[in-house]
Design a protein around this ligand. Structure first.
Ligand code: ZN
Length: 254
């Protein structure tokens, strides 16, 4: 159970702010079946070194090995569904209580839940050709990989790369836009991010007030007005209830 006083405090902070944003990380998507990279014991990056497998250098060195090492995890992202926490953020936006979501996640689940989203680490909807620059659906690449064509290629023969930010890449325009959107932000709700990856981890400094909903401690906890270490889906379900915005459930006959 999430403490009622904390949910009431969160609801009050949201009502008092007229410029609220959410900043989300892997923790919001674990309830959708996507493992959190940094969870002790199960985190992906405890088993493999990201700089080794998910980097520009790894892609350039051996594109086929790059896809073998990364595609299984990315397909899990592509095939996942938004969970009630993603939908709750979209609902807050519909009610005018949230401007949108800045996310470190590449799973696209905020977009699919209907949020206005700045995806600072890119996404898996498309890929692009390093030869002619043409953008293709990500599925175009997956079809080739699953037919045994590795590395997948553009119709021009050029190598395809994902539209995600790899280690060694510059951050894209979404990050720049996110920093601008955040200026003047009265309330930032961090959800499921341990705030350990820079420069995203520096974004809370733009917000006047800060709330953190994350299972593990973050470097920003002592600057936050409110810290909730509870289950994320439970927090947002209780929050919608507190705000009188209960999610629609199956309609009852009669
Ligand atoms: Zn091409």
């Amino acid at each position: 159970m999430v403490a009622v006083d904390k949910i009431r405090a969160l609801a009050r902070l949201i009502r008092e702010s007229d410029r609220t944003l959410a900043l989300t990380g892997a923790g919001i998507s674990t309830a959708s079946g996507i493992p959190d990279f940094r969870s002790p014991g199960t985190g992906r990056w405890e088993k493999v070194d990201p700089a080794q497998v998910c980097s520009v250098q790894a892609f350039e060195r051996d594109p086929a090995a790059f896809w073998t090492n990364n595609l299984e995890w990315w397909l899990a992202c592509v095939r996942a569904e938004p969970n009630p926490a993603h939908y709750a953020l979209a609902r807050l936006e519909q009610e005018g209580l949230l401007l949108g979501v800045i996310t470190q996640n590449i799973d696209g689940l905020h977009v699919r839940a209907g949020s206005r989203t700045w995806e600072v680490h890119g996404h898996l909807r498309t890929c692009r050709c390093l030869g002619c620059g043409r953008q293709h659906e990500f599925g175009f690449l997956v079809e080739q990989y699953e037919a045994g064509k590795n590395p997948p290629r553009c119709t021009c023969g050029g190598l395809l790369r994902p539209d995600v930010v790899l280690f060694g890449d510059m951050l894209g325009t979404d990050f720049e836009i996110a920093t601008k959107v955040l200026s003047g932000c009265q309330l930032l709700i961090v959800v499921g991010s341990s705030l350990q990856v820079y420069p995203v981890a520096a974004l809370p400094r733009f917000a006047r007030r800060l709330v953190i909903v994350n299972r593990d401690p973050t470097p920003w906890d002592d600057k936050a007005e409110l810290v909730l270490r509870d289950d994320i889906v439970a927090v947002f379900t209780a929050l919608l209830q507190e705000l009188g915005l209960e999610q629609k459930t199956a309609s009852r006959p009669g």
